[in-house]
Ligand binder design. Structure first.
Ligand SMILES: NC(=O)c1ccc[n+]([C@@H]2O[C@H](COP(=O)([O-])OP(=O)(O)OC[C@H]3O[C@@H](n4cnc5c(N)ncnc54)[C@H](O)[C@@H]3O)[C@@H](O)[C@H]2O)c1
Ligand SMILES: O=P(O)(O)OC[C@@H](O)[C@@H](O)[C@H](O)[C@H](O)CO
Length: 381
């Protein structure tokens, strides 16, 4: 069985590639980073280290890579594979769609007995695979769409493993936290699909993706933005400060009430889930920079993402949202010059003002109480 994975970055090598390889797939990475591509081609293996006391290490072998800029080569790989996965960033999905679309056309034209193909986006987003499907379908003609309707599946998924920016002499070596969870929507897959070891299959992904995004990622980004405001470099340093931790915990109480109401989670079990997540953030064997965790603030402030969606859901239910609003305010202080989205946000705040900028990116009207609260918090920071 062959798997083509887009994105040989941190989660690609440290999680998806590792699990697929363990499950017996021959993994080919597609990436635009030539250093990674050449190293994978030359060595065909890399090491994954767990962030624990014994620094347990596992070698992933039998892997290779292709140049993601080579459209023809990418299309060939899509045509030949049994499974496609991605971990490129949700904003990059549109850039990998042309190679996938061309590869699906090649599969159709091959005319032999067609095998189902599953394409799973492993990104931090609601409906990541559905978003990728839309980008791909926009590039297909009617015949190719009919083919894809019959033979190509885009199940949504939720992935959870903290993998920080890597700083090793070996560009392929990757350090990861021990915990992982990969949940895939079984109802969007071919009935005969052979399960991948280590993946959890569910028939309704919504509670899983929302619980993950609105707990792990909401807590993480609040820690990053408030931590940044307090001058900390890493999540570990930020959470060690009780002032930061209490805002993070408060935000998770707000999203927690939303999640418990929406999905009927047991409140005590959800509280345990929150405590476990906070424990993962302070793993002493990891160094996770606030600039990584807060990266792409416009994506994180977008209407369907980890701050705005739970805040509006909470507000609609009469749940207080002070801490989530504080997170949004702190996102507006995230002034990181090598993050293009932070630069854009800061420039709109300067050009107009924070209320106008927040309203523009969150989609929340300026007079809305959630936005008013965020702006008030911003001015108090
Ligand atoms: N790192 C984590 O802790 C973590 C955990 C869960 C989910 N995620 C999600 O996984 C995705 C990737 O995150 P990451 O931390 O691994 O980022 P990363 O930057 O380490 O990896 C992304 C990789 O995609 C590659 N890429 C960019 N454009 C490409 C293209 N057109 N074709 C092929 N490859 C391309 C980049 O060169 C890079 O190697 C994001 O959506 C992120 O939200 C990350
Ligand atoms: O990858 P992002 O930018 O969506 O979010 C940053 C981190 O919160 C994220 O990468 C987490 O480490 C990860 O989602 C844990 O599963």
């Amino acid at each position: 069985m062959k798997a083509l994975h887009f994105g040989a970055g941190n989660i690609g090598r440290g999680f998806i590639g590792l699990l697929l390889s363990r499950a017996g797939y021959e993994v080919t990475f597609s990436d635009v980073n030539q250093e990674l591509v050449h190293a994978l081609q030359e060595r065909g293996r890399y090491t994954v280290e767990l962030a624990n006391e014994s620094k347990d290490e596992e070698t992933v072998s039998g892997v290779t890579a292709i140049d993601g800029r080579d459209l023809q080569r990418v299309a060939e790989a899509v045509a030949e594979t049994d499974l496609v996965t991605t971990a490129v960033g949700v904003g990059v999905l549109k850039h990998i769609a042309p190679g996938i679309a061309k590869g699906l056309e090649q599969r159709r034209q091959a005319g032999t007995v067609h095998k189902p193909l599953h394409i799973i986006a492993c990104e931090n987003a609601i409906g990541g695979s559905t978003q990728l499907k839309e980008h791909v379908y926009a590039l297909l003609d009617e015949q190719a769409r009919a083919f894809a309707d019959e033979y190509v599946y885009f199940p949504n998924s939720a992935v959870d493993r903290i993998v920080p920016i890597q700083n090793h002499a070996d560009p392929l070596h990757v350090q990861v936290e021990p915990f992982y969870e990969w949940v895939v929507d079984r109802s969007q897959m071919a009935p005969a699909f052979k399960p991948i070891n280590g993946v959890v299959y569910v028939h309704d992904l919504e509670p899983y993706i929302e619980r993950k995004l609105f707990t792990v990622n909401t807590g993480h980004c609040v820690a990053a933005y408030i931590g940044y405001v307090h001058g900390y470099d890493t999540i570990q340093q930020a959470i060690a400060d009780e002032k930061v931790k209490s805002v993070v915990y408060g935000a998770l109480q707000e999203t927690g009430q939303v999640l418990v109401q929406r999905f009927g989670f047991n409140p005590e079990e959800h509280e345990q889930y929150i405590v476990k997540i906070l424990g993962r953030f302070v793993n002493p064997y990891l160094t996770d920079e606030v600039t990584r965790v807060g990266r792409s603030p416009l994506r994180k402030l977008s209407p369907n993402d980890r701050l705005v969606r739970p805040a509006l859901l909470a507000y609609a239910e009469g749940i207080p949202v002070t801490h989530l609003a504080t997170g949004m305010a702190a996102a507006c202080k995230f002034d990181v010059s090598d993050d293009p989205e932070a630069v854009e946000l800061q420039s709109l705040i300067r050009e107009r003002d924070v209320a106008a900028a927040l309203s523009h990116y969150t989609g929340i009207e300026e007079g809305h109480p959630v936005l008013v609260e965020a702006v008030k918090q911003y001015h108090q920071m």
